[in-house]
Design a protein around this ligand. Structure first.
Ligand SMILES: [Zn+2]
Length: 488
């Protein structure tokens, strides 16, 4: 048996003027064949599983290239076509194959392509023919389009947000593909379109309960896999929206009923899924009023994980203006400021300008007398055991407020985003993190309380504020009346 594996991942926020180049992929994640790392990460969630099962002798693994960029604007046409054609060339050279497994994020848009994964899988299918079993692991912030559902035999989404279960879902994807190749199962899809866009963190109720219930359904009554496509609510493509995917072993009517039932449950909780959101000063007030610490405040509207620049300055300005002591903000994406801090050196004190650069929504820059705390070349943070590169990083202090400046754009994921740079997160009163939800897995372990804030970054919580042009209507909350339905 011969199996091919590759990865291509971008979550594209096509409302933003932040272009995603080929270089943006190479900087974030690029593993050519033969250069895979010891452990996969969440954009290569099935990598460990395919390698482990190849080592056990079940099949011969043919490695393809793996690419992933930090969420940002749409990829350039040249970048997408270069990576796509590189992987397709490797696949063609690997033929004949019995199966293929891909990690595709699922919300990739490139200039000229609003469904990159659908385009990619169409070309894969054209090369492999109909008998090759194609399995895809996707991020739940994907667009679960009809086209890609028709092209892949197996699609499995992460169930958790934060995405801590990428490895387990990767194991399932590989397992289903191998069983289908051996004709032990016949995967059949049912897809229910909920006609809504929303955010669904799974660390809190009511989503926690729904995820636990779908986990319990798997492996019974011929149900192989149940996935909730949360949607990526900043991707303006026709099929953006929450969808439920149920894969059964040849039991389509049962899958259809289950997909609709779970879809109706998701619709019923859409207004309760998100936690309470404070405004900026409200979040600072609540943190200061708390007797303990650290209080972790998520600046969700400037989350690089949703494609934001991560250089909005509103929290910094308010913390400094209010004279707050023991506060730290991270990460701030400002490679030029990092360079200046490196030039000044650790321990230097100097007048310094940083952040507030990329877009109007970044706000005005911060000008302050700062002390350079730490300069770390080629630095990183961690997420669920995986290494997340940050490029060169400098930490700075101005009065009672500290900030971590990074060169490779990323969202806050691990508490080592502070501790690696001379800031003890447990000893601070307030930690402001630029993230919507991924921070929660690590920071909830040290936080006296976690607060969510709606700042004035480019990712509004109210999706009606965005200039949608391509999305199919009607869809909630842009429209009050919708018609949820089974689409596959
Ligand atoms: Zn995601």
């Amino acid at each position: 048996m011969r199996l091919f594996y590759a990865a291509l991942a971008l979550e594209a926020n096509n409302f933003l003027p932040l272009p995603t180049s080929y270089q943006a992929f190479v900087e974030k994640l690029y593993f050519p064949p033969g250069k895979y790392p010891a452990r996969g990460a969440h954009q290569t969630g099935a990598m460990d599983a395919v390698r482990a099962r190849a080592r056990s002798g079940e099949f011969e693994l043919i490695e393809g290239s793996c690419y992933a960029a930090q969420p940002g604007g749409a990829a350039s046409r040249a970048a997408y076509e270069r990576m796509r054609d590189e992987i397709l060339g490797q696949l063609k050279a690997a033929l004949p194959i019995d199966g293929a497994v891909f990690n595709l994020h699922g919300a990739m848009v490139a200039h000229g392509y609003d469904d990159c994964e659908g385009d990619f899988l169409e070309r894969v299918r054209a090369l492999t023919g109909p008998n090759c079993v194609i399995g895809v692991e996707l991020d739940p912030h994907c667009h679960l389009t009809r086209k890609r559902c028709g092209l892949a035999d197996v699609i499995v989404l992460f169930k958790e947000y934060p995405h801590t279960d990428f490895a387990e879902r990767g194991e399932e994807t590989v397992d289903f593909v191998l069983r289908a190749i051996r004709h032990e199962i016949k995967p059949v899809k049912s897809v229910f379109d909920c006609r809504l866009i929303a955010s669904f963190p799974t660390s809190i109720q009511p989503m926690r309960g729904l995820v636990d219930r779908i986990m319990a359904l798997q492996g019974k009554d011929r149900v192989l896999s149940v996935s909730i496509g949360h949607c990526f609510p900043y991707g303006d493509v026709p099929e953006c929206g929450a969808r439920i995917l149920v894969i059964t072993d040849g039991a389509k009517p049962h899958g259809d009923r289950l997909a609709e039932q779970i879809g109706r449950e998701l619709i019923a909780l859409r207004e309760q899924a998100a936690p309470k959101f404070y405004d900026v000063d409200g979040a600072i007030d609540a943190a200061l009023a708390h007797p303990g610490g650290p209080i972790v405040i998520a600046d969700a509207t400037d989350n690089a994980g949703g494609g934001a620049p991560s250089d909005n300055t509103t929290f910094l300005h308010r913390l400094i203006a209010r004279g707050v002591q023991g506060a730290a903000v991270a990460p701030i994406w400002d490679p030029i400021a990092v360079r200046l801090a490196f030039d000044a050196g650790e321990g230097a004190r100097l007048p310094f300008r940083f952040a507030g650069k990329i877009a109007k929504s970044s706000g005005p820059p911060v000008d302050a007398e700062v002390e350079v705390i730490r300069c770390v070349p080629d630095a990183h943070q961690t997420f669920a055991g995986a290494v997340v590169p940050l490029g060169d990083v400098a930490s700075i202090r101005m009065g009672g407020v500290e900030a971590v400046l990074i060169s490779t754009r990323a969202q806050a994921m691990g508490t080592d985003l502070f501790s690696n740079f001379g800031i003890d997160p447990k000893a601070r009163k307030i930690l402001v993190v630029k993230s919507n939800q991924h921070f929660h897995a690590s920071f909830s372990q040290i936080a006296a309380q976690v607060l969510y804030a709606e700042g004035d970054g480019p990712l509004p919580r109210d999706y009606r504020k965005l200039p949608w042009r391509n999305i199919e209507r009607p869809i909630w909350p842009l429209d009050a009346e919708t018609t949820p339905r089974l689409i596959i």
